[in-house]
Design a protein around this ligand. Structure first.
Ligand code: GDP
Ligand code: MN
Length: 376
């Protein structure tokens, strides 16, 4: 799950990191009031779940409250990489002497968090990694031991030659690590971490992504969810108990089990086509899930064929077949449907599918090839 900059900054503040004073607004009038309260020049910052807002014109400086009110009228409603701006953060504008980058992600291969720092902050870190990798320093942390002081100081020293500043940065990194662990983060990033001409250090941008699998034990983080920012169909799928990720291809995939769903996507790609989605209907085989799944997939205009790949175990092929029959009758899909059934109650499932003139195969290769043919 993603959260907004203003929410990430609330967490930063809670864990002792310095962030400029500010508040979130949904109307130009509120922007004016907040700026008035701050009583200094402000930044008006669009709150959307994408990066690069500055470059896209979604972050503007305003000299005073009136200017902030005026400029926010341009920012509200702006489209940034497909996201509409509905909220802005109004925050004290600070003088910048230097911009650095600090970030933490999980290194899955190492099974550890990895902290990355770079003195080339304020710009796209992927670009720094591609063009000047020597400007990025990485360090893994053993999650059982936590981040050690010497590690934090090593990272801080990579950013600043001045010992006082290196210590300030080390302190920031330690707090960011604690925040990251506390929220079950998959990413925590400050870009830029800035210094002011009088030697203070502030986070002026903040990004935190949460591992969805940790959310059940973090109700206060779950409460930060902004449904308006999330993909409508992914939300619908979640509410229907399905794991769904939208992709850009033309083969709609409905599969039971995450591993089989991945294998199905790989096979689609192997035979030269692109999957339209990842969708796992899960282990149980409630026919209603199939109807919901089909509904969600059919909402995507790119879908040219629907491919069912069902490996019956706990999931029963006849239940899935009943779901397919109901869905076909109810939704009258405008695209061809191909089905592979194998395992528990396979024969019964095949028979049920006759009702809607679908002949199920038991070969995965065959069904994938057929879906691609029909979608062409
Ligand atoms: P992003 O473009 O989505 O990463 O948004 P940021 O919050 O990182 O802002 C983009 C850039 O705007 C920063 O790298 C800064 O250069 C600039 N910026 C943001 N806040 C301030 C501020 O308070 N003062 C100044 N001088 N520049 C700022
Ligand atoms: Mn940034």
């Amino acid at each position: 799950m993603k959260i907004h900059e203003y929410q990430a900054k609330e967490l930063f503040k809670k864990f002792g990191m310095l962030v400029p004073e500010g508040d979130v607004a949904t109307t130009p009038e509120q922007v004016g009031q907040i700026a008035d309260k701050i009583g200094k020049p402000v930044m008006v910052k669009s709150q959307v779940h994408v990066g690069g807002r500055g470059k896209a014109g979604g972050i503007k400086y305003a000299e005073n409250a009136h200017a902030a009110w005026e400029i926010s009228k341009q920012i509200f409603g702006m489209d940034i990489k497909g996201c509409t701006v509905r909220k802005v953060l109004v925050t004290e504008a600070v003088d910048i002497a230097s911009e650095s980058y600090i970030g933490i992600i999980i290194d899955r291969a190492a099974k550890k968090p990895v902290i990355m720092v770079s003195p080339a902050g304020g710009v796209d870190i992927e670009e720094v990694a591609a063009k000047t990798p020597e400007k990025i320093f990485k360090m893994h942390v053993d999650p059982m031991l936590g981040l050690q002081n010497y590690q934090a100081l090593t990272l801080g020293s990579f950013l600043f030659k001045d010992m006082k500043m290196a210590r300030l940065a080390a302190d920031f990194i330690k707090k960011l690590y604690i925040t990251f662990m506390h929220v079950d983060g998959s990413l925590a990033e400050v870009n830029p971490l800035i210094t002011t001409p009088d030697g203070q250090m502030w986070a002026i941008d903040a990004k935190i992504n949460i591992d969805d699998n940790g959310l059940f034990r973090r109700p206060e983080i779950e409460a930060m969810r902004d449904p308006e920012e999330e993909d409508k169909y992914e939300t619908q799928a979640k509410n229907a108990g399905l794991s769904f990720v939208k992709l850009d291809g033309s083969i709609g995939c409905i599969v039971n089990g995450a591993g089989l769903a991945m294998a199905t996507m790989d096979t689609v790609k192997h035979f030269g086509a692109e999957p339209a989605n990842f969708l796992d209907i899960g282990g149980s085989s409630n026919p209603e899930k199939v109807v919901n799944a089909m509904n969600i997939i059919l909402a995507d205009p790119n879908v040219k064929a629907i491919l069912f790949n069902i490996f019956g175990g706990i999931t029963r092929c006849d239940d899935v077949a009943n779901g397919i029959v109901t869905a076909v009758k109810q939704l009258n899909p405008p695209v061809p449907i191909v089905v592979r059934l194998t395992g528990t109650n396979e024969e019964a499932g095949r028979e049920i599918l006759q009702e809607v003139d679908i002949t199920a195969t038991s070969s995965m290769e065959e069904v994938v090839k057929r879906a691609i043919e029909l979608a062409a």
